[in-house]
Design a protein around this ligand. Sequence first.
Ligand code: ZN
Ligand code: ZN
Length: 632
Amino acid sequence: MPKYAVHTIVMEKTAEKLSATGQSAKADLLVAHRDIAAVGAIGPDLFFWAPDYTISQTFLTLFDAWDSLVRIYNESIISDIVEAMESIKEAADNVLEATLGPSYELIRHLVGEFKETAELFEQTVKYGALAAAVGVDNLVANMSDLPSATHRIFDVFKPPLQDGKSEKDWYWFDMLHYRYAGDFAGNLLASAVTPEQKTYAYAYMTHIATDLIGHGYVNQIVGGPYRTQVQRHVVMENFLDTWALAHYQGKDISRELVGYLNFPESLPGSVVDLLDTAFVNTYDGKAHPRILGGDGFLSKSQIEDTYRLFTRITKLLENKIEKPEEPFSDVLRILEEALEDFTAPPSPPNPWEGDCDFWDFLALGFTERSRECYRKAAEAIAEFFEYLGELLEWTFESIAKIFQFLLALPLAATVAVVLALLYAIQLSLYKILTTLRDFLALSGILYPSIGMVYTGHGRNLLIPCFCNACDSFPHTYYGGNCLECPGSELELPRTVPSWYVCASEGAADESQVRAMMETAITQFIETKPLNLGALEAYAGATSPQETRNLYTSLGGGGPVPPPTSLPGATGQQPGAAPNEIGSAVELANWMIANPDNPVALTNWNLDSDRGYAYKQWTGELPGTDIADEAYL
Ligand SMILES: [Zn+2]
Ligand SMILES: [Zn+2]
């Protein structure tokens, strides 16, 4: 679920940048050991699958259930039917003219078999492992429960910090993001001796840079940090990953993610040793997780197990749903004639008042109306899901009717009609599966298709315009569905997630919205110039209040970034925003080039979970007013 693609892309771009800025020895390591570098770029997120985080098993169950459903479809609905179609075609000399006559019994027998397969598939979709994993009785009939059922799943992942628990009850996954993240990276670097170890340590720094910069972007759109908006955070980052892999690599996440990431089969022993040493050197003697018992630390074999589970999960994230192929060239015309008497699908709901309709809701363009329609529709999302559930039910019913029709065909009917109808069944089941994938993507369970990214959903999840959360951040814990902007309650004192601006306040058509998406996302990934003055100032802040003061004092200081003594300052690019640090690639490049500079090893809060450039902090949670907020 996390943004593995974006982290790996930033790491690769950082390697390019390093090589272009006189750091080719380090760049060469990242390139030569690209597989280990990819694991390093995933950094602390690997430990989402660590044995202390037992709740992550929920996702394993979900991914497994989805994977087996796709497998049943690809095998019995695609491969088997195609094979049978071939034998039917062979039996008839000329598909378009041949009648059923001679092969009537064979065809009836095959159709009867497919009917059973399709019915089994329907039962599996409705009542199988996926429904059980989501927590509903019937996935199709209970579709309107999906937003709240999945919200409950994600709610369990709320970090213990949010419930005011102390570090001993935290997971290592949270610890590595919220406590001594910079020291941990520094310890990786300090103990790295072999080329593999150095590669891992440098790549790990790209994760820190990407989280620090990227979470500002994510949080601005989400309206709150991960700890208060887990599901919305994840759904947004999944959309981001799909977009980024398509944009930077021209790859389809549903079938090319694993090949692109190219993680090693197992984690090299030298990297396991390195992690083990860094854990102890960073956290021994400090308050740290104790869930695992004993000294609380992961053993080396537990680190290896974590990696094994992680690569297994990554393979499950990729799911190619085979699209059926036309059995012969004129199939659509034949199909149209054969399906003349079938009923039309149910029409979409219009639960929101006024002149919004279903298509406004999904449209990618940007008008005051589309924005308002989306907001209303997101509030009424259960109705949208219910409609889609009806559409799925209708599709299953239509398939049953097509089977009835097929089994009642007279001897004089043509083979072409049979093939066309079998194809229609395949197409309908394909549609069912891709629609299901889209629902699950809107709930943060699966990666969305690129088509889904280019809808109103993608627009509102990827461009920081919809919620305008930058004016009011962070929102407190929110129990609504993940497509809605969080409610109005704010954590105090208020902070700022980041300052990405919406390129257009006025109307924008589809191509303009696509361009806005590209501009905004590439800004945080690679195009925003580095501002070392801001970096130094944020790194040196001694209290949260000082960080908050920096937003305004730097922002109010005119277009000139503050002066700095940091190395590389002369190479600072013009145009840097005074109060922002710059892009993830620029920051990662500087950190790797200057690993001995203490600023490169700042203990940032990697979720920016109180606001932009916050460092590791402590304070009384939960609550609206954060009491005793302080940097550690
Ligand atoms: Zn992370
Ligand atoms: Zn995140």
